[in-house]
Design a binder for this molecule. Structure first.
Ligand code: UT7
Length: 332
């Protein structure tokens, strides 16, 4: 029996227009443009307006997606949202987005931090190939700035806000549709404290002390996260290539999570990947967490060469979580 395919028929992305440069950050914390660029590759990032919530960023990406796909919201069967900076602990950001889009379909969040888009796309693939749904809107949206401690130079310089959306379908709805082939997902909760928001959940409900110590903000042991990001992405890429029975040389384009240029370089070196084949936007938008790979995919698909048939996406995030996926072109 031929396995049903799940297509990414259309993509979109949205970035807030406010740019925060490294020199602006120099005025906020003890840092330098030189340190940030040499240690991460980041020059600037986007910051959402005060009144703009994560759901608003997601809604903007969703509207663009519907317009590009020429689809009415009533034709969407399910909305899945990936985020680590939700509007509320509950209800889900997906329900807020559903309301703002005037959608009637079911909607839920996926929490897998910076690997969120990979987990959400894999979930969508499962629903499509099972035949349960035909058109699924996958959104990743982040207002990371809302959970950053702007007195902690080791984290606040790294992240930015933004959103992406993908229309996952049972049939290719555009001539630039790609389909999701092999997927490898992984989690390891042993290191969950290496990257977390300590306060505000059931373990440590928000308190005056927690607020004073900024424990409601993102905290990270950067070195540990760096080491595991390289290790886990390398092993999941190897596993995915093996599963797909494909060699690294056959990958036409590579879309890695954009946390740090040095992480990307380490992966390229390990697989001897041509830097020309690699998508990068960390320089201009920083680490947009769950939305990072989806924004890259949208930028890439705008200009995808007809000869690119095998595209590899890989992400890593808090939890720890990681995911690698091979996307295939069709008829191009
Ligand atoms: O998307 C989820 C996954 N996230 C990631 O993958 C992030 C992974 N981690 C990283 O990218 C890197 O570890 C960082 C960029 C966070 C840090 O880079 P690093 O080279 O590992 O720096 P470090 O933490 O070892 O710190 C080196 C020095 C320290 O000073 P001392 O102790 O050597 O005097 C830090 O205090 O750099 C200092 N430092 C800074 N200096 C200027 C840390 N942040 C800054 C800063 N400006 N913003």
């Amino acid at each position: 029996m031929v396995q049903k395919r799940a297509y990414i028929s259309e993509t979109s992305s949205y970035l807030p227009d406010t740019v925060m440069t490294n020199s602006q950050l120099e005025k906020v914390v003890e840092t330098t443009d030189e340190w940030i660029v040499s240690r991460t590759g980041i020059k600037e990032r986007r910051i959402a307006h005060k009144e703009e919530a994560t759901s608003d960023l997601g809604v903007k990406a969703a509207h663009k997606l519907l317009e590009k796909a020429q689809l009415d919201i009533s034709q969407v069967d399910l909305i899945i949202v990936a985020t680590l900076s939700p509007d509320y602990i509950f209800p889900s950001t997906a329900c807020i987005i559903q309301k703002k889009l005037k959608a009637k379909c079911p909607a839920f969040d996926v929490v897998a931090a910076c690997s969120g888009m990979m987990f959400a796309l894999a979930t969508a693939k499962g629903y499509i190939t099972s035949g349960l749904y035909k058109n699924i809107m996958v959104i990743a949206a982040e207002k990371v700035s809302s959970i950053l401690d702007y007195t902690d130079r080791s984290t606040c310089v790294l992240f930015g806000d933004g959103a992406c959306a993908a229309l996952v379908t049972d049939k290719p709805l555009s001539d630039h549709a790609v389909w999701m082939d092999e997927i490898v997902l992984g989690s390891d909760g042993e290191m969950h404290q290496a990257l977390e928001v300590p306060s505000g959940g059931s373990v440590e409900p928000l308190s005056k002390e927690a607020l004073e110590e900024k424990r409601h903000c993102l905290r990270m042991d950067g070195r540990v996260v760096f080491r595991h990001a390289v290790k886990r992405m390398i092993s999941s890429i190897s596993e995915c290539l093996k599963k797909g029975n494909i060699e690294i040389d056959e990958i036409d384009y590579f879309i890695p999570h954009q946390a740090n240029n040095r992480i990307i370089e380490a992966i390229l070196k390990r697989f001897m990947i041509d830097p020309q084949k690699v998508h990068r936007n960390v320089e201009y938008i920083g680490n947009v967490c769950a939305a990072s790979v989806g924004i890259c995919l949208d930028e890439y698909l705008e200009h995808r060469s007809k000869s690119d048939q095998n595209i590899l996406m890989a992400a890593f995030g808090a939890g720890f979580t990681w995911g690698t996926m091979i996307l295939k072109g069709e008829g191009r």
